[in-house]
Design a binder for this molecule. Sequence first.
Ligand SMILES: [Zn+2]
Length: 88
Amino acid sequence: MNNTWWMNSILISIVLAVDRVRWKEVCEAGLDNLLQSIDQAAADRRDRQHQNQRASATSTVPKCKVCGLICKSDFGLRSHMRAHNRPS
Ligand SMILES: [Zn+2]
């Protein structure tokens, strides 16, 4: 950022402040852009999470090697395995 950039920014601000209708249009357009990019970022994040969930669901299913029970998580499988290892 140099002095010319600042001067241009100040000039644009003054022109927009004088022209209230144009100022309002610029603010609304900027707000629309911001909201659209926020929505797009959230949609992208959801898509990535769903892809990760599908990938992990197909690659490593926590399954008991003794009885074949499929658990929802590795933690659940470890908890289930204690039942097989318990002395009878
Ligand atoms: Zn089992």
